[in-house]
Design a protein around this ligand. Structure first.
Ligand code: F6P
Length: 498
């Protein structure tokens, strides 16, 4: 049945974007959604009547409505790990017990933050957050986006096992006024544990009397943190059914809550909760994450697009492409369905991107004239993040909108080098401002879009077994030495003197 609908989707052959606008004077209104202080403009994609109808049928066949309810009620949606995915419960939309448990753990986190504010850990100026993947990308994005002017503490996020990152982070820190947030869902991740040990060594070397007493563990494995030596009073646990890349809403968000303050953290959660409500209730054709997924699927599945590009036209959102890479690629970069059968079609495209206007002067040549068709997403804010001359922000926004217009319109020329094919799709998301609540809604939008893509493809977006093999091989080399590998790997190990 899905095969037939995919055939129908592939057979829709929409007109050019310019023609779609000529055919329907109300196209912009129909494909623009205003929700949670965000405006989503899908009108410069090829979504149109027949295509939308076919995708709605696909939603029926793949049972998107039931999949949404399963997500929001804490039912099993991660079959390979036999559990629910309860990130929405962290913002109040989930199984009642999970919501209550999340609230209790959030209250515990708030209590610890208030104690730190009151001096329970001595004078604190710096928070060194150490984690990797989902235990780092969300906090890093949010601190960079929202903590530029009035952060309550100096928060630095370190992830890479290359200690140059740690060295850079601690360079400006007073070790006597630093606390360490050790963020790891499993509390077994090599990079994180090694970085925390080295940070403790740095503190000890600088004469801090009890560095271990300055560690706060953010984890779904409190037993491991306890065994590692973190005192129970400084462990902030979270629900193991919250996936790593969905974990900024629970205690992995500690640096955000302490850095920006509890009110901002609550606004972030409420922004995400509002997007949850929209995703859960709005009909598909008025539903921002669902329409976004339709466009994603059309380009990846029917047009064969292997990548999608995301450009933040706002410095505050410069880390958004990094964040989305994990969310989208780790969730939906799978070759099998949730039931273990071969997927039989393309999985998620590669997500990449950068910031505008910088990217215009570097990679946009290929977007406009290259042979690859790449759907582009622009994200901008009506309000600037600075007090400089308003001309800066006007120029930024004008450029953002001009790029979408140029990609779509193209320009004919007898001179091939100066011709632009046009008809290249883009989506624009315009934020009222980069506030905690709008950013919460934006991130939740991406989560639900990723989930919708997964449901319509039949993928389980909540496991990530693809990261295991490399970890196991690295562990094997570290523990047993270089033996039994292919000649190339052996030669590299020998050359590096390992
Ligand atoms: O290796 C991938 C991964 O498991 C991610 O899914 C996760 O966000 C990251 O590693 C960090 O894991 P942890 O929070 O358990 O340290």
């Amino acid at each position: 049945m899905p095969t037939q609908i995919w055939q129908q989707i592939a057979a829709t052959s929409p007109s050019t974007l310019s023609q779609l606008f000529r055919d329907d004077p109300n196209r912009t209104q129909k494909l623009m959604i205003k929700q949670c202080d965000l405006l989503f403009d899908f009108s410069k994609t090829h979504l149109h009547g027949d295509l939308l109808g076919a995708f709605e049928k696909l939603c029926g066949v793949m049972n998107l409505a039931q999949a949404k309810e399963k997500l929001f009620t804490g039912a099993l949606v991660n079959p390979t790990e036999a559990r629910a995915a309860e990130h929405t419960a962290e913002r109040g939309n989930g199984h009642a017990d999970s919501v209550a448990a999340a609230r209790a753990l959030q209250a515990r986190m708030r209590g610890l933050i208030e104690a730190i504010d009151a001096g329970a850990m001595g004078e604190v100026k710096h928070v060194l957050h150490i984690g990797i993947g989902g235990s780092a990308l969300g906090p890093k994005l949010l601190i960079d986006a929202l903590g530029r002017d009035d952060a309550r503490y100096d928060v630095k996020v370190v992830s890479n096992v290359d200690a140059s990152a740690l060295a850079e982070a601690v360079a400006g820190m007073d070790p006597h006024k630093t606390i360490i947030a050790a963020a790891s869902k499993t509390f077994t991740t090599t990079e994180t544990l090694m970085n925390v040990s080295s940070a403790l060594q740095w503190m000890r070397g600088c004469g801090v009397a009890d560095p271990e007493g300055r560690v706060i563990a953010l984890t779904a494995n409190p037993e491991a943190a306890l065994a590692w030596g973190v005192d129970e009073s400084r462990i902030l646990p979270f629900n193991a059914a919250v996936g790593g890349r969905y974990s900024l809403w629970c205690s992995i968000g500690f640096p955000v809550a302490i850095g920006l303050g509890w009110a901002a953290y609550e606004e972030l959660l409420e922004g995400a909760a509002a997007m949850d409500r929209h995703f859960r209730a709005a009909p598909s054709l008025e539903n921002a994450p669902v329409l976004a997924a339709f466009a994603d699927l059309y380009y990846a599945q029917v047009k064969g697009c292997e990548t999608r590009a995301v450009f933040a036209y706002d410095e505050r959102l410069r880390l958004l492409p990094d964040y989305l890479q994990q969310l989208e690629m780790e969730s939906n970069g799978k070759s099998v369905t949730a039931g273990g059968d071969p997927l039989g079609r393309n999985s998620a495209p590669v997500t990449w991107g950068g910031v505008g206007t910088d990217a215009q002067h570097a990679v946009f040549q290929l977007l406009h004239q290259g042979t690859h068709l790449i759907p582009v997403e622009f994200i901008a804010s009506k309000m600037p993040g600075h007090d400089f001359d308003a001309a800066h922000h006007e120029t930024l926004l004008i450029n953002c909108f001009a790029q979408g217009a140029a990609l779509m319109a193209g320009r004919q020329s007898d001179d091939g080098a100066r011709a632009y094919a046009g008809d290249r799709p883009s989506t624009t998301i315009l934020m009222e401002d980069v506030t905690p609540s709008a950013l919460g809604a934006l991130i939740a939008f991406y989560e639900h879009r990723t989930y919708t893509n997964a449901v319509l493809l039949g993928i389980n977006p909540f496991d990530q077994f693809g990261v295991e093999l490399g970890k196991e091989i690295a562990k094997g080399i570290a523990e047993n030495g270089p033996a039994g590998f292919d000649p190339s790997t052996m030669a590299l190990i020998a050359e590096a003197g390992l």
